[in-house]
Design a protein around this ligand. Structure first.
Ligand SMILES: Nc1nc2c(ncn2[C@@H]2O[C@H](COP(=O)(O)OP(=O)(O)OP(=O)(O)O)[C@@H](O)[C@H]2O)c(=O)[nH]1
Ligand SMILES: [Mg+2]
Length: 325
């Protein structure tokens, strides 16, 4: 799923100006092209009816595009639904999208009503009155949803930053303290090379990569952060949600060079068991570690080396990748 293609939402005046301008252009063309021997009133009516049609079409098209480009929030995969709940006002967003739908129907209704009025009249003044009334009502309709349009645009900018997780695929989350080698392991497994550096918190978002083999595609999520539930930032929230809602298995990295105290790393491991998902421990930096220290650790905990981790991943069920999910 990704939200990159959501269309920028403009202010009401943008859509109104566009619709009225197109209507004006059409009227200009019609004034010179309607040569049929129509009396003046018929000609004027034809032009006004065309203008209403154009205004209706431009506005309902533009607003429908906004609606169509937003997925049904209630039908989104759990990961995105929860991400929206944490980062945005879920109900306000739903209400705002509902208001757009309401305005589209209203524009349709008013347009049909004024088309009917204009068709029936035989008076110039009446045509003029109907035209101004129609313009006024359409403008105020759009202005009524100024706040909602603004909120949807704000939401779009937030959602654009959401990671493009494929919720349909079997997924493993790589978890561990900062700077212990999560991104390095991701690279070793998949060959993808996001930022790796000798200081903590290099990874600013979830790194996503895929392991392909045996006709399968397995998703790997490098989830940064300490998962300290008390004060989670946005990235940690994403990591936490990915673990909770996307992970089929967890690869937990332990760094015995103790970039972070082993005691804390084990505490986190214990906390992760609460997610009720299979956890596999991988030891990083064994190349620079004292062999005895590694041996000692392995006596107490079962660990998996790189080929074993790869095998575990490829043993995950093959799932069909779904469009945009
Ligand atoms: N010698 C050695 N260094 C490693 C190993 N794995 C990671 N490193 C080094 O440890 C540092 C951090 O590695 P990263 O892979 O960026 O660690 P990370 O857990 O993704 O870090 P954050 O994204 O900051 O949380 C880098 O300098 C890596 O080169 C390893 O197996 N052996
Ligand atoms: Mg990293």
């Amino acid at each position: 799923m990704n939200f990159q293609s959501l269309k920028k939402i403009e202010e009401p005046d943008f859509y109104l100006d566009l619709a009225f301008r197109r209507a004006q252009e059409k009227a200009k063309m019609s004034r010179s092209s309607i040569k049929i021997k129509k009396d003046r009133i018929e000609k004027s009516k034809t032009i006004e009816l065309q203008k209403i049609d154009i205004i209706r079409n431009v506005l309902t098209d533009k607003l429908s595009i906004i609606l169509r480009s937003y997925p049904m929030i209630d039908d989104l995969p759990e990961f995105y639904k929860r991400l929206i709940m944490y980062t945005l006002d879920y109900d306000e967003l739903k209400r705002a999208l509902g208001a757009i739908k309401w305005v589209i129907d209203k524009i349709d209704g008013f347009s049909s009503m004024y088309i009917g009025h204009i068709k029936k009249t035989q008076h110039f003044e009446k045509i003029n009155t109907y035209r101004s009334e129609y313009y006024g009502r359409i403008s105020s309709l759009l202005k009524q949803i100024k706040g909602q349009l603004k909120y949807i645009e704000e939401a779009r900018r937030t959602m654009k930053e959401f990671p493009a997780v494929k919720t349909s695929l079997s997924t493993a989350c790589i978890v561990g303290f900062p700077n212990i080698g999560k991104t390095t392991l991701l690279f070793k497994l998949t060959g993808s090379k996001p930022e790796i550096a000798a200081y903590s918190f290099t990874t600013k978002g979830i790194n996503i990569s895929y392991l392909e083999g045996e006709g399968k595609k397995i998703q790997l999520l490098d989830t940064p952060g300490t998962l300290n539930r008390d004060k989670m930032n946005n990235i940690e929230m994403q990591s936490y949600l990915a673990l909770r809602t996307c992970a089929d298995i967890i690869i937990y990295i332990i760094d015995l060079t103790e970039t972070y105290p082993l005691e804390d790393q084990l505490k986190m491991l214990k906390m992760l068991s609460g997610y009720k998902k299979p956890i596999y421990i991988y030891l990083s930096k064994t190349d620079i570690l004292d062999a005895d220290k590694v041996k000692e650790f392995k006596k107490k905990y079962k660990t998996y080396d790189l080929p074993e981790i790869k095998k575990l991943l490829l043993d995950l069920p093959a799932k069909k990748e779904q469009d945009n999910a």
